[in-house]
Design a protein around this ligand. Structure first.
Ligand SMILES: *[C@@H]1O[C@H](CO)[C@@H](O)[C@H](O)[C@H]1NC(C)=O
Ligand SMILES: *[C@@H]1O[C@H](CO)[C@@H](O)[C@H](O)[C@H]1NC(C)=O
Ligand SMILES: *[C@@H]1O[C@H](CO)[C@@H](O)[C@H](O)[C@H]1NC(C)=O
Ligand SMILES: *[C@@H]1O[C@H](CO)[C@@H](O)[C@H](O)[C@H]1NC(C)=O
Length: 276
């Protein structure tokens, strides 16, 4: 079983180690989610920026990142208990792949109940935004917060410890300094040429499956490579894995923006024709 859980993948034999190493292993990667949302919001085109602003409650003053961790805060509330299995994916023991039909379900076998199903679900719900506000089937504010959060979860392959270590080692514990460095690498730095391939996507459902498969692959190749139970993770582990974590945060943000721009944007082919 591999669990992508709030930015963490745990092999059963690893669970103890991770818990022992990271006292806050049960508190989720707040910083990673905020960074992903901050990156995304900066990349929104006009229509999407406007829609996001309209959907956010007034008190966050237009800042999506302030509510990107909301789905973590409410997941155990009675009203939102249904959302709890949506934060992760279980894949079979030792299998480093993702197969939607096989893997995307909750522990009772209910289909679509995993993070990849959730990304599809809330993307579809947000498509109703352009139809106007008369449709009350969904609370689109919640759909936006869930989508923004789950795009983080589907990309984050480690617990927040690695992000927190990076924050104090390189960024004076300042999220904005961290963000600036990520943005520099996106706009002029090492990732600037890769962005077109990150957002290259014909069909959002299959792209979502790819993002999940990437995370599972990275967890197998990096997360738990060369780590044995009971071992204390060395600086070398941290330094070699950090670039992978950074890139996933950035990819999550860039791809969240891509989805929001599509969902809210006025693409020509989707323009509503005049009645005749
Ligand atoms: C989709 O969202 C609705 C709430 O709007 C929820 O009841 C349902 O469980 C969700 N399903 C998935 C797969 O996310
Ligand atoms: C939509 O959800 C948000 C967050 O849970 C809540 O504050 C708001 O009142 C809801 N809106 C409606 C119309 O129910
Ligand atoms: C940005 O790129 C430089 C190398 O060009 C790297 O040292 C640094 O860690 C990167 N920062 C982030 C946040 O990815
Ligand atoms: C695992 O350890 C081997 C031997 O020390 C090393 O060659 C390899 O690069 C390491 N792989 C990772 C992903 O750390």
């Amino acid at each position: 079983m591999i669990v992508i859980s709030m930015g963490k993948i745990i092999f059963p034999m690893m669970a103890l180690l991770v818990l022992a190493l990271v006292p806050e292993a049960q508190s989720w990667s707040k910083e990673g989610h905020m960074l992903t949302c901050k990156i995304a919001q900066e990349l929104l085109e006009e229509d999407a920026a406007e829609a996001v602003k309209n959907l956010l409650p007034r008190y966050v003053e237009g800042d999506l990142s302030k509510l990107c961790t909301w789905p973590d805060q409410i997941r155990l509330w009675y009203k939102y208990r249904w959302s709890s299995p949506l934060h992760f994916i279980d894949t079979p023991d030792g299998d480093c792949s993702f197969n939607y039909a096989r893997d995307c379900h909750d522990q009772h076998g209910n289909e679509d109940m995993c993070v990849a199903g959730a990304v599809r679900n809330f993307t579809e719900q947000l498509m109703h935004y352009r139809e106007g506000s008369s449709d009350r089937r969904y609370n689109l504010t919640e759909s936006l917060l869930f989508l923004s959060h789950f795009m983080g979860d589907i990309h984050q392959v480690w617990d927040r410890d690695i992000i927190l270590q990076a924050m104090s080692k390189y960024y004076e514990k300042d999220l904005d300094v961290f963000l600036k460095d990520l943005q520099k690498n996106l706009t002029t730095g090492m990732w600037s040429n890769e962005i077109p391939s990150w957002v290259d996507c014909e069909d959002l459902s299959s792209c979502t499956d790819e993002y999940a498969a990437e995370s599972i692959g990275l967890a197998c190749d990096w997360g738990y490579k060369n780590v044995t139970n009971g071992e204390t993770l060395a600086d070398e582990y941290f330094d070699s894995r950090l670039p992978v974590v950074m890139k996933r945060i950035a990819q999550g943000g860039v791809r969240l923006a891509m989805i929001l721009n599509r969902v809210f944007g006025g693409e020509e082919e989707e323009e509503i024709p005049w009645p005749t």
